[in-house]
Write a protein that binds this ligand. Structure first.
Ligand code: FE2
Ligand code: FE2
Length: 338
């Protein structure tokens, strides 16, 4: 615990931990009872059409309605598969930290990590069950996830970078999932998978953000370190999710235009619809980055290269006007209505 100089938690964080622990003790997701598994779904959509990668481009017009539906199934299935891998990795790594005694000075934190891991284990089982329900075969493991915790983590010192990277992925993925299923057109089971997951993930994200706030000043160089690649990392995750060759191969579009990835992927990535979805996903995160100093006047070029600079001014204005805070998830507030 070489670099954990903090003696005790701030009263504010301690109070939040009590609340988070109490919420997890009150109710945690059940693999058997919390989703309508007995629904006979048939040929359903697993995300709304406006969130399809090809929506808003001429490729959408080139696809048949059945191909669009299949795209909704495989694009959602690929996210579920990524959740399974990531949440297994998170549970393994966080339990390793607990077992190593790294955070034993802070029993409330350790207690919450136990709840967190219990929840992630169930989530992974639920996503696996949902993939089986909709007969979606597993996807290849994303290469960037394989070494995720070996590259960013430590078990000897405060694992702040690993916690930071974890909430970025949880937060981005949650915002994406809520946008995808915010529509009665989508299968009730798929919506329920997203909604039930979000109930617990919202707490994980809250915990992660407050771990960063609490410990940043006790981990020298942390902000400078994560400042370097936060924008590019978020951009590459968003882009990879909508330009995965394996998804397009599975749909097996009849029009040959779908085989020319070099032509198709830039069109998808640069579409106005994609830019609007990216803004909805990223805007709440930007407010947090401004607050903690990951996005400031010194690294605007990185944010511009990722195409996120246009969201920054708006985020600054919102924070200044206090119309929102970095603690408010505007995806949930503005566009999620089930
Ligand atoms: Fe989860
Ligand atoms: Fe989580």
């Amino acid at each position: 615990m070489a670099n954990i100089k903090l003696k005790e938690l701030s009263p504010k964080f301690s109070k939040l931990l009590d609340k988070l622990n109490a919420a997890s003790e009150r109710k945690q997701m059940s693999l058997l009872l919390d989703h309508p598994w007995d629904i006979d779904d048939g040929d359903v959509w697993l995300k709304k059409r406006e969130a399809l990668s090809i929506y808003g481009t001429h490729y959408y017009d080139l696809a048949t309605e059945e191909e669009r539906r299949l795209l909704s199934v495989y694009e959602t299935g690929a996210w579920w598969h990524t959740f399974i891998i990531f949440e297994n990795l998170v549970s393994e790594y966080y339990m390793k930290i607990v077992n190593n005694g790294t955070l034993k000075k802070f029993p409330q934190v350790v207690k919450y990590i136990h709840h967190f891991c219990r929840e992630e284990i169930t989530h992974a089982l639920v996503f696996r069950k949902a993939m089986a329900h909709f007969k979606i075969e597993p996807f290849p493991t994303p290469l960037n996830l394989k070494d995720f915790y070996s590259n960013h983590s430590t078990v000897k010192e405060m694992p702040l970078k690993a916690i930071y990277m974890t909430i970025l992925i949880e937060w981005l993925a949650e915002n994406n999932a809520l946008i995808d299923c915010n529509n009665h057109f989508v299968s009730p089971l798929a919506r329920s998978v997203a909604v039930e997951h979000h109930k617990e993930e919202a707490r994980h994200i809250e915990w992660g953000k407050n771990m960063i706030r609490e410990f940043t000043e006790f981990v020298p160089g942390f902000i400078e370190d994560v400042k370097v690649n936060t924008a590019s990392m978020l951009k590459s995750i968003l882009d990879m999710a909508v330009t995965s060759p394996v998804i397009f191969e599975r749909v097996n579009f009849t029009n040959p235009a779908f085989k020319d990835y070099k032509k198709m992927f830039p069109v998808i990535l640069q579409s106005e619809n994609r830019s609007q979805i990216n803004e909805k996903i990223i805007a709440p995160l930007i407010r947090f980055f401004i607050e903690i100093g990951v996005c400031d006047g010194t690294n605007l070029e990185d944010w511009a290269n990722a195409g996120f600079d246009k969201f920054i001014d708006k985020a600054r204005e919102q924070l200044k006007a206090k119309s929102v805070t970095s603690d408010r998830d505007n995806v949930m507030d503005e566009s999620y209505n089930i």
